[in-house]
Design a protein around this ligand. Structure first.
Ligand code: FAD
Length: 413
């Protein structure tokens, strides 16, 4: 049996690893545009010069050899023929498969601002190759100032790395605060102040609407919707990603914004599976790996459903200030109860509705944080416990006891 995997990111590597365990005799072939398998979560460390290419790898150098996987890096898949059961390669050849996994991730979007999609100096930040291009641009231009569109985790990763290199950054964000998906006004402000102390400048509640280019077709100024002109050596677009399905458009595979999959991560074609960001089910690393493992089991003929679609969990750390954000960051609809505790070093906020936790933010001390995702995901009813206990002191001990085998068991409904 020949398993072919498109990609060498989180989902693809986890799938290959699992396949090798459950199908020791099968052929596994991986094909990726990436020339190095690396962690995107650590890309900023490469950009900031803290680590080299090998330092952001998440599997050892001998991963492919040790697992007897044939890997072709730096090769693009250009299409999938699900009838002939083969994929077309940028080399001009084809690769037949018995089972195929598409784990092609996501691609960054460049907003439709004049010149942004055509100028030579607008970069995304998704792959190691993006970080390499930015490093080369910094060197070539002796860059001193950079404009970043978007203040989500990716935009701030870039800002952090550039600040470490002594480059001034201006970040524009359409929302009224930075990290709008993970923070509220208070926790966002704490990060904003740390970034500003390090030399960043923010424009919040405002978008870029135009730009000026020089004769080299490079953006020299970004113009904001209030008319302000911001000079820059180059621009980084960090305003969102979309599932990477463009190369599959003639494949006949069912897709909307993302590749359509059922609970077994099967696409609409027989023997073709998908996992990770390309499915649009999640946009975070651990979920991509989980999906890769589930897809692998199904490719191996051992049916497993992917049921864990809860993905709204973020752990953040900038300038040593850590934060855990799970679920809603603001009240959702009527009748929410909001509990806030603030001390000198810690900000805690819980949002509850009908006795159940909808969201939690812990900034500063995030110890004992495993419980929150569990409570939110499983919609655990807390009314009884909260009669005697502060929400922030709820722990696993309130729900479980040990059984005779030493396993935790459910205690309270
Ligand atoms: C800067 C940054 C920071 C992040 N930080 C975090 C974080 O702190 N925590 C977190 O949980 N998540 C984080 N994420 C998100 C996380 O990295 C993704 O959810 C995860 O990488 C998704 O894994 P994937 O395998 O689906 O896709 P990817 O990891 O993107 O892998 C896609 C693979 O497909 C290959 N590929 C694509 N198209 C083709 C083609 N046509 N032919 C051949 N190969 C192809 C690529 O080369 C790549 O190997 C971050 C993402 C970025 C960009």
């Amino acid at each position: 049996m020949r398993h072919v995997i498109i990609g060498c990111g989180a989902a693809a590597m986890a799938a290959a690893e699992r396949l090798r365990v459950v199908k020791p005799e099968d052929d596994i072939i991986m094909i990726s545009k990436d020339t190095d398998s690396h962690s995107r979560c650590m890309l900023h460390k490469y950009l900031g010069g803290e680590r080299d290419e090998r330092g952001i790898a998440f599997r050892g150098e001998d991963f492919f050899r040790k697992n007897q996987i044939m890997w072709a890096g730096g090769l693009m898949v250009e299409g999938v023929d699900t009838k002939a059961k083969e994929i077309a390669l940028s080399s001009g050849g084809v690769q037949p498969y018995d089972k195929l996994l598409i784990a092609s991730g996501a691609v960054y979007s460049v907003p439709p601002i004049p010149h942004f999609r055509t100028a030579k100096n607008v970069f995304g930040f998704r792959d190691l190759s993006d970080a390499q291009k930015i490093r080369e641009e910094i060197r070539r231009k002796q860059a001193k100032q950079v404009f970043i569109v978007g203040s989500g985790l990716v935009g701030l990763d870039v800002a952090y790395a550039l600040l470490e290199l002594g480059i001034k950054v201006t970040v524009a964000e359409m929302a009224d605060r930075i990290l709008p998906l993970q923070t509220d006004a208070v926790s966002a402000k704490a990060y904003q102040e740390l970034f500003e102390k390090a030399g960043a400048s923010f424009r919040l509640g405002i978008g870029a609407s135009d730009s000026l280019v020089n004769e080299e077709n490079e953006i020299t100024h970004v113009i904001l919707s209030n008319g302000e002109q911001i000079p820059c050596d180059f621009v980084v677009a960090a305003a969102g990603v979309r599932p990477n399905i463009e190369f599959l458009r003639d494949s006949g595979l069912a897709a909307e914004r993302a590749l359509t999959v059922d609970e077994y991560l099967r696409t609409s074609a027989e023997d073709v599976y998908a996992a990770g960001d390309v499915t649009g089910l999640s946009g975070i690393w651990p979920n991509a790996m989980d999906q890769g493992r589930v897809a692998a089991m199904n490719m191996a003929g051992m049916p497993v459903a992917y049921t864990d679609r809860f993905c709204i969990k973020n752990t953040i750390n900038f300038f040593g200030l850590t934060m855990l954000s799970v679920g809603a960051v603001e009240p959702v609809g009527e009748d929410c109860q909001v509990v806030v505790r603030e001390s000198r070093d810690t900000y805690k906020k819980a949002i509850l509705k009908d006795g159940r936790l909808l969201g939690i933010q812990l900034q500063g001390d995030i110890s004992g944080s495993g419980i929150w995702q569990y409570l939110i995901k499983n919609k655990i009813h807390l009314t009884e416990i909260l009669k005697t206990k502060d929400i922030f002191h709820v722990s696993y001990a309130d729900f479980y006891g040990m059984d005779e085998t030493g396993e935790y068991v459910y205690k309270v409904k």
